[in-house]
Design a binder for this molecule. Structure first.
Ligand SMILES: [Fe+2]
Ligand SMILES: [Fe+2]
Length: 290
């Protein structure tokens, strides 16, 4: 499958990237707010869009596709800019969704990081909140939505039925390939996630970009924040080692800030910018390569 040969509809099945996150909220509502049934009964044409998004994601995210994307993007030879500039660049993503309810990308980053800051967490954790979705700039390089966002999952071994819309993995050629369709596939039992290739998207891309600079718990949060099949469903314990289990405590700590930190008052970017510029300068170089 070559991305260039895809139709517009196949590259961008969602109205906007937020549609995936809105759907996550329905799937994993804040415990005190809604029952899970509400998700199942949810009657909304947007759900068909999300379904189509997962059909494409589960069909095309093969082991070979991931290898190809890693080769293409982990060279980081596309662009070089200051980190704050990346956040602004991300904001040039045109968002067609309802302007009344949706925040732009930069505001989502700031809401997440401000909620972490308000709870008194260490500054690198705050910075992680600010950075966590910057990998979505992949979209601006013409990547299809299903190779930027969506729940992530290991490739090269059997797809768990605890991944959202598991029935679509029938369409993934890896599910018929005996190298990849057994419980462990190309991996060893409890080999540790550092040896496992995940479906390609904004998580892995940002992790690789930030690897030299951020503390390890921050890197786990970046790399696995969309791995709902593990941090919510525990479907891949058999690939994890003790170190992963220890570090996933941080991934779990991060997840509610990502999903539930939508405050009614949007953050005022100009007021927050100086604090974040200092924080960026403390941990990261002047410019970063994309
Ligand atoms: Fe994300
Ligand atoms: Fe996010």
């Amino acid at each position: 499958m070559k991305v260039a040969s895809l139709s517009e509809q196949e590259k961008a099945p969602l109205d906007s990237l937020e549609q995936w996150e809105d759907d996550l909220l329905l799937r994993y509502p804040e415990p005190e707010h809604k029952a899970k049934d509400e998700y199942r009964n949810y009657d909304n044409p947007g759900r068909d869009t999300v379904r189509e998004f997962y059909r494409l994601n589960h069909t095309y995210q093969t082991y070979d596709f991931v290898m190809e994307k890693e080769r293409e993007f982990l060279k980081f030879d596309k662009k070089e800019m200051p980190v704050w500039g990346v956040a602004e660049f991300l904001n040039t993503l045109i968002d067609d969704s309802d302007p009344d309810t949706d925040l732009d990308q930069l505001q989502h980053l700031l809401q997440t990081s401000e909620a972490i800051r308000a709870d008194g967490h260490p500054d690198w954790f705050v910075l992680t909140g600010f950075l966590h979705d910057m990998g979505k700039v992949l979209c601006l390089f013409g990547e299809p939505q299903w190779a930027v966002v969506g729940d992530t999952f290991p490739v090269g071994c059997r797809h768990s039925d605890r991944i959202v819309y598991p029935e679509f993995f029938e369409l993934n050629p890896d599910s018929k390939d005996e190298r990849y369709n057994t419980k462990y596939g190309v991996y060893e039992p409890n080999c540790g996630l550092r040896n496992v290739h995940m479906s390609w998207g904004h998580d892995e891309y940002l992790y690789q970009m930030m690897k030299p600079y951020m503390p390890e718990p921050a890197l786990y949060m970046m790399r696995y924040h969309s791995f709902y099949a593990q941090h919510r469903e525990h479907a891949y314990d058999h690939l994890m080692d003790d170190h992963d289990r220890e570090m996933f405590k941080w991934v779990n700590k991060f997840n509610p800030y990502d999903l539930y930190s939508k405050s009614p008052k949007p953050p005022v970017v100009s007021e927050l910018k100086p604090y974040y510029e200092d924080l960026i300068a403390k941990y990261l170089p002047d410019t970063i390569r994309l």
